[in-house]
Design a protein around this ligand. Structure first.
Ligand code: SAM
Length: 259
């Protein structure tokens, strides 16, 4: 029977301690104990109804996921969705997923330094009025907190339909002198990028034909070093291809000369 009303929702949440966490402070610095392993932890801040985080946990069993939202009802709906998705594998409770009811304002009370490897911000509230800028989840005061919680391989992945929030966020990341990559102003221009797992809001905007903006922000030293080495390898491979093309052109020219 589906429980209804505020009391019913709370009872439903309290009855699922293996999936739902109502007091995140108890796990600060100990989230590995919640999951029972030391795998990397990826967090979605403001998960809504949980489509993204549930699908990610299902697709990537070697990563631990935490979906955060501040509303009981959304956590309840998220728990139903997660169980429905995992039921396809015959699993009742997702082993690598936690749904955390918490206000992101207090994120430093929930995650210890270096405890997270990735933070997803998907379609965060844009707070369009200038006087509300401090509430935007990409405001430097929030980014500074994310930087504390993220480890050496840490990254922030951000998607939004809001051009003004995207512009604001680019400036916020630049102000903090952060490295960014894979910037897109129209993520799904060729076809729906299902590999990046669309969220509920994303599908709504995509179906309306609105552009989705996306960016990755590199935080940890190792993440930055890995990216630099990737770029160096790509540049070396391109130089080798270019040298080969020049050799081929020279051969063609000498053959033409001999003919
Ligand atoms: C626009 S919805 C996006 C939901 C989902 N990420 C998606 O893309 O479909 C933003 C979500 O962030 C949550 N949220 C906003 N501010 C928050 C805060 N300070 N703490 C926790 N959750 C918050 C809201 O409750 C809402 O579910």
């Amino acid at each position: 029977m589906r429980l209804r009303g505020r009391k019913g929702i709370r009872e439903s949440l309290e009855s699922q301690p293996e999936l739902v966490v109502l007091d995140g402070t108890q796990y600060k610095g100990r989230w590995n104990e919640f999951f029972g392993n030391d795998r990397p932890i990826y967090v979605e801040l403001g998960m809504g109804k949980g489509q993204f985080i549930s699908t990610m946990s299902y697709r990537n069993p070697d990563i631990n996921y935490i979906g955060v939202d501040m509303y009981d009802e959304l956590i309840r709906r998220g728990s139903e969705k997660a169980r429905r998705i995992w039921a396809e594998k015959g699993v009742d409770s997702p082993p690598n997923l936690a749904l955390l009811r918490a206000n992101i304002e207090g994120i430093e009370e929930i995650f210890a330094e270096d405890e997270l490897e990735r933070i997803y911000l998907n379609f965060s509230d844009p707070w369009p009025k200038a006087k509300h800028a401090r509430r935007r989840l990409t405001h430097p005061r929030f980014v500074a907190k994310y930087m504390e919680a993220l480890n050496d391989r840490g990254e922030i992945h951000f998607k939004t339909d809001s051009q003004s929030l995207f512009e604001y966020s680019l400036n916020s990341f630049a102000e903090m002198e952060l490295l960014t990559r894979n910037i897109s102003l129209n993520l799904h221009k060729d076809e729906l990028r299902d590999d990046l797992v669309p969220t509920e809001y994303e599908m709504k905007f995509y179906e309306r034909g609105q552009n989705i903006h996306r960016i990755e922000v590199l935080i940890g030293e190792q993440a930055i070093a890995a990216w630099r080495s990737e770029k160096r390898s790509a540049a070396a491979a391109e130089a080798a291809r270019e040298a080969q093309r020049s050799d081929d052109d020279a051969d063609d020219e000498s053959e033409d000369g001999e003919a």
